[in-house]
Write a protein of this length. Structure first.
Length: 293
């Protein structure tokens, strides 16, 4: 309660005076101080984002919603509003980069959301090809005898037809599974093998789709900003979202076996514990979570 009250008081009353005093002492506005002292990455871009969002100036507030094509003009407009010389190339370049990251994060979320909204369609040849590719990547020495088959349970789907398992995450769930299996084939096969453990086993594909939901929710609520701003000095792409998903799959498997759950019936409990662990890591301004690490 007190923390929330202090936040309200600071935002509405004290922040203005703190900024004013610092400007008098340094001769620089808040954006100049942020862009001048902070190294590139999450710390700088998050500070820029917060400064713009908190501004009473409409031009500055709108800057966090700028599209990629308008970033250069937006930088000029901000500099004009704050009366910063256009020849200040350091400020200009750093603000340009931060605005690219901010607009890129928003665009990435929209792209991920659009893919999630695409339902798996067994009449769509491309969808079917990706599903068969997943089987071939994970089970290279075993032929799939039929499209509707109990064999799908061997890679962790619930029934004879995997399409029913993609309802929550749509095509995004399948694309994630295929990406991990294609780019980290050995790891994917090892994790699939471990998921068949007689005591600690779990449904590989179902858990994979569940982790897609986790990655999606972290992207949606902004928790992935620090990770992506540190990872990409420009526009985050779908590739970077897939890479984060791969990290989750690999780390969840390790986490599951380290925790040694009593049974799969406790999955939600351990899933939430893992989720909290990841959210904690993402609070670090210097965080970068990749499979290579």
């Amino acid at each position: 309660m007190w923390e929330r009250l202090w936040g309200v008081l600071y935002s509405h009353y004290f922040r203005f005076w703190v900024k004013w005093v610092l400007r008098m002492l340094t001769g620089k506005c808040e954006l100049q101080r942020v862009l001048g002292r902070a190294a590139g990455g999450a710390r700088r871009t998050l500070s820029v984002e917060h400064s713009l969002e908190s501004s009473k100036n409409k031009v500055l507030r709108n800057a966090v919603h700028v599209e990629e094509a308008e970033v250069e003009k937006c930088v000029r407009d901000v500099m004009n509003e704050k009366k910063i010389e256009q020849r200040d190339t350091g400020f200009k370049e750093n603000l340009h980069l931060s605005l690219l990251q901010i607009s890129g994060y928003r665009k990435l979320y929209l792209n991920v959301e659009n893919l999630r909204k695409v339902p798996y369609d067994s009449e769509n040849e491309e969808h079917e090809e990706q599903l068969i590719e997943l089987w071939n990547l994970l089970m290279p020495h075993e032929n799939l005898k039929a499209r509707i088959s109990k064999q799908w349970c061997d890679i962790g789907f619930q029934g004879d037809d995997p399409k029913t398992d993609f309802r929550g995450m749509g095509l995004l769930g399948l694309v994630n599974l295929v990406y991990f299996s294609k780019h980290y084939t050995n790891e994917a096969r090892q994790i699939l093998s471990r998921s068949n453990h007689p005591k600690l086993g779990y449904s590989y594909a179902i858990v994979g789709i569940n982790l897609t939901e986790m990655a999606y929710s972290l992207l949606k609520n902004g928790a992935l900003k620090a990770h992506l701003y540190n990872m990409v000095s420009g526009l985050p792409q779908m590739e970077h979202f897939h890479q984060f998903y791969c990290y989750l799959v690999y780390e969840f498997d390790k986490f599951w076996f380290e925790e040694e759950p009593e049974s799969i019936m406790h999955f939600n409990q351990y899933r939430e514990k893992f989720h909290e662990k990841i959210k904690g890591l993402l609070l670090d301004y210097s965080v970068v979570l990749t499979l290579e690490d």
